[in-house]
Design a protein around this ligand. Structure first.
Ligand code: ZN
Length: 457
């Protein structure tokens, strides 16, 4: 009896070990199955480390941006367009982290925990992803951007759909250059539109203004004096690009007076500016489906009066990504309510059935009253920069930024939107070391605006 019982115990023990092992295996399989199937060693999807049997990617009108045929991955026919889409879509090498082909590799391969990858060839069908991007708009903007370095990003502020996203430098994903050394290609793998962290310069005055309007009751009747510079209480100096004389807050915004905004930042305080900035995604990372992006950085809690002043002008240690500055304008445009950006509209499985809902609710970040005041101020700023006829043509509202950097000419920024129910688009443009924002972003901005009005027609 004793012997049998010992054997029974041993058998039970074995059974337990086996069951635990099985549970462990299946749990791991459920969690990591997608990753295992997509390992570069799995020759169904990768051959010699290159992407093989994956689904197609199309733009908002169904134009094929990437597809696989006879084991070869090809990209959009027009060179400028496919280069401009390299950071969003990815290339064959799976190096471009954050690209669609990398983050959605399992979806594109049609992987499912039940069927594995094999089912695909059996049904000879692969999944399709439809992006919100317009290939035509990409082409126009990429050609206007030329060989500059920087980023352009635009979205529909009512739906969140990104219609254009360009990061430069880039390369042809179909014929990746062997040598990516040299200063031009510095930071080549970074999608600058989503993850470029730049000092925002005067585009940040939109955020400082929101904090001022919401916290200083008599801000509109305050008067400031700009002599081209001013001395702050801690002895530091704030310089301005003009000598604006006696000037109020609204005029200070439209002509981008640093003296006004250094003083306004000190009146509001670092905490209030930080709290507004964080509503727009500063000090955190954002996510669009599986694609992550950088928000920005603002913390002037320990800054003295001069540095706090500079922080209100988007200098000091302040950083922002283009996608964040686009959302700042988007929220102002949309009555204070922010729609999260997205780049994937639909994912169709191997049987042509949409598998994602893609619904997100807007969140209220600023009051309706504050947004309409900012709308008016950004209209004045747009008229100052682009002239009345351009502003009327495109219902343009915007703010320039010329951000001082350690090396070379300042970065040139433009963030804005069209105040139009027909063309509800907001955007951000940055030209690295572009110098004057008004002149170096002008052609790209006008091309983008015209292209946006021609969408969905
Ligand atoms: Zn000034």
């Amino acid at each position: 009896m004793k012997k049998i019982s010992k054997r029974a115990k041993a058998a039970y023990l074995l059974l337990i070990v086996f069951t635990v092992g099985l549970v462990f295996f299946y749990t791991n399989f459920a969690i990591n199955g997608g990753k295992w199937a997509l390992s570069a060693y799995n020759t169904h999807i990768y051959s010699n480390g290159a992407l093989q049997t994956t689904g197609s990617i199309v733009d908002r009108y169904g134009k094929v941006l990437a597809k696989s045929e006879n084991g070869k991955r090809t990209y959009y026919e027009d060179l400028a367009t496919r280069k401009s889409l390299m950071h969003i879509i990815g290339d064959n090498s799976s190096f471009l982290s954050g690209s669609i082909q990398q983050t959605y590799a399992d979806k594109l391969a049609g992987y499912s925990a039940l069927n594995g990858v094999h089912m695909l060839s059996a049904f000879n069908k692969v999944s399709k992803m439809e992006l919100s991007i317009s290939a035509e708009l990409q082409k126009k903007v990429a050609n206007a951007f030329g060989s500059k370095r920087g980023a352009v990003i635009a979205y529909n502020y009512k739906t969140g759909e990104i219609v254009c996203s360009l990061s430069a430098p880039n390369y042809d994903p179909q014929n990746k250059p062997e040598n990516l050394d040299g200063s031009y290609y510095e930071g080549i793998y970074v999608n600058r539109a989503l993850n470029g962290m730049y000092p925002p310069g005067s585009t940040f005055k939109i955020i400082t203004s929101i904090a001022a309007i919401e916290n200083i009751p008599d801000i509109f009747s305050q008067k400031f004096v700009c002599n081209g510079k001013c001395t702050m209480p801690d002895g530091g100096t704030i310089t301005c690009s003009g000598k604006h004389g006696e000037i109020d807050f609204k005029k200070g915004f439209s002509v981008s007076c640093n003296v006004v905004f250094a003083n306004v930042a000190n009146m509001v305080g670092a905490e209030k500016i930080k709290s507004v900035a964080e509503k727009f995604g500063f000090n955190q990372n954002g996510k669009m489906g599986k694609i992550g992006y950088s928000g920005g950085y603002y913390d002037a809690g320990k800054a003295g009066a001069t540095n706090l002043g500079w922080s209100g002008i988007g200098q000091y240690t302040v950083l922002a990504s283009p996608i964040t500055m686009m959302q700042v304008s988007g929220a102002v445009a949309n009555g204070g309510s922010l729609n999260s950006p997205k780049v994937v509209n639909r994912i169709y499985n191997a049987f042509g059935i949409p598998t994602n809902l893609n619904i997100s609710l807007p969140k209220s970040v600023i009051s309706n009253g504050t947004s309409s005041t900012l709308n008016e101020m950004m209209k004045m700023a747009a008229e100052y920069t682009f002239g009345e006829s351009t502003v009327n043509n495109y219902s343009l509202r915007c703010k320039t930024g010329t951000a001082e950097v350690e090396k070379g000419k300042p970065h040139a920024w433009l963030s804005g939107f069209m105040d139009s129910s027909e063309n509800p688009y907001a955007f951000a443009i940055i030209v690295e070391n572009g110098g004057s924002a008004a002149s170096s972003t002008r052609y790209v901005a006008l091309t983008l605006l015209k292209g946006l009005t021609e969408l969905d027609r």
